[in-house]
Design a protein around this ligand. Structure first.
Ligand code: GUN
Ligand code: FE
Length: 424
């Protein structure tokens, strides 16, 4: 994209975790897919550029979903009476096993991508299933959508049952290499990410092989960490030499440090695990909707954020029922209040500013300079029509943002730009 253009409207973005920048009736300039900043008036040098005038609507950075499972979209809103391990065996694994069928995958993933396309998120970090062909189909569709994503073919060579398990570490390694070779140089906006499902799904032999693949292909990594108490006990039995759950990944060099890594949940990370997450600059994907639905618990997201951990939000569909990261912001704030009241009054509830930061700059950092309209950031913007929420009173822009977080629907997103490309 070499075009220079401006969006005009009421512009809001996170300045840092404690402040929100608000500009009424201003111009946001895009040049070569990057933001040139926000201006109250257009400079002389921009006098001939195209201006798309969105009037009274709100323009804010596209949101980042750091953790979502594409093949679980089909069964969201089901099985919410179960906790993690039973939920995986009863609903998730049988449902993901269906993605062996390419036609089924094509139809399902088309619906999934359309759903994401018309919501407020512009960036996603996605688990596919263990199937190579279906993962390729998902990546083709994500690329077609012009949104930016990391997509991982899942590795699992134990505890998946007969229908959702790679025979052994060799088979999983071969499938991963086949997948990586098949997509080499194919996409501009869709990147591969190494995806060991979680420790109970991967033998030591497989984790050792994934370490080598990660080094050879220089891949980022995604997985799950300290989500549920039963899961944590199981990991202790499976890898007794690990000092804590995160150490089980770290032993195989699959825990940040050399390769960008995102771990979902971190509900029960102990002090040593938190220290290693920080030292290795591992991103935390906080998934409050999923942690509530699966009765997992409440992660101390405010503590992580205030202590300088890298943290963003995840929908974790289908542990979570909705992909909208506006909804995840509201959920994060709500559960932080319950945690404050019921568990630990030393950790204050999350503010709107903090939740907005996690949804934009916090998660966006996994993709580079993403999540802000400061000069030099990649140009991801969404336009929200909140006219129905304005009622009788005049609200300021921060108040309007708060109402969008709690009350807006996906349909209220009326236009979306990613890396300067207009999506709709
Ligand atoms: N841990 C391992 N697999 C999964 C999954 O699919 N969803 C969630 N929430 N946790 C997991
Ligand atoms: Fe998950």
């Amino acid at each position: 994209m070499t075009k220079t253009y401006a969006l005009k409207g009421n512009i809001i973005y996170s300045k840092n975790q404690n402040e929100i920048n608000c500009f009424e009736n201003s111009y946001l300039i895009c040049q070569d897919g990057k933001s040139m900043g926000v201006f109250e008036k257009l400079d002389e040098k921009y006098k001939d550029i195209e201006v798309i005038d969105f009037g009274e609507k709100i323009i804010c950075p596209g949101l980042t979903d750091l953790h979502i499972h594409a093949p679980q979209y089909n069964f969201r809103g089901m099985g919410m009476d179960l906790e993690l391990l039973d939920w995986l065996n009863t609903y998730t694994f049988p449902s993901e096993a269906k993605f062996k069928d390419e036609d089924y995958a094509k139809r399902s993933y088309q619906r999934f991508v359309d759903y994401l396309k018309y919501g407020p998120n512009t960036r996603h970090v996605i688990f596919a299933s263990l199937h190579v062909k279906s993962t390729q189909i998902l990546m083709d569709l994500m690329e077609e959508s012009k949104m930016v994503s990391f997509v991982g073919k899942v590795n699992m060579d134990r505890n998946g049952g007969v229908d959702l398990e790679e025979k052994d570490a060799d088979e999983s390694e071969k499938a991963t290499l086949d997948w990586l070779e098949s997509i080499k140089g194919k996409y501009k906006n869709t990147y591969p990410i190494l995806t060991p499902r979680f420790i109970p799904s991967c033998t030591d032999e497989l984790l050792e092989k994934l370490r080598k693949i990660k080094d050879e292909y220089n891949l980022p990594i995604q997985s799950h960490l300290s989500e549920n108490l039963g899961e944590i006990e199981w990991v202790k039995e499976l890898i007794p030499k690990a000092k804590f759950y995160g150490d089980a990944y770290n032993i195989f060099d699959l825990f940040g440090k050399n390769n960008k890594t995102v771990m979902a949940h971190c509900v029960y990370s102990n002090d040593d695990e938190q220290d290693l997450i920080k030292e290795n600059e591992v991103f935390i994907a906080h998934c409050p909707d999923s942690n509530t639905n699966l009765t997992s618990g409440i992660a101390p997201a405010g503590k992580y954020l205030r202590e300088g951990q890298k943290i963003g939000l995840g929908s974790d569909v289908a542990g979570g029922t909705h992909a909208s990261i506006f909804k995840a912001m509201a959920d994060a704030i709500k559960v932080s209040k319950l945690r404050y009241r019921l568990v630990d009054e030393k950790i204050k509830p999350l503010s709107l500013e903090e939740a907005f930061y996690m949804a934009t700059l916090g998660g966006g950092e996994f993709f580079g300079k993403v999540g802000s309209f400061e000069k030099g950031y990649e140009f991801d913007a969404i336009v929200i029509d909140d006219e129905k929420l304005l009622e009788e009173d005049k609200f300021n822009l921060k108040q309007r943002l708060e109402r969008i977080v709690y009350l807006s629907k996906d349909e209220d997103v009326v236009s979306k730009f990613v890396r300067g490309n207009k999506i709709f």
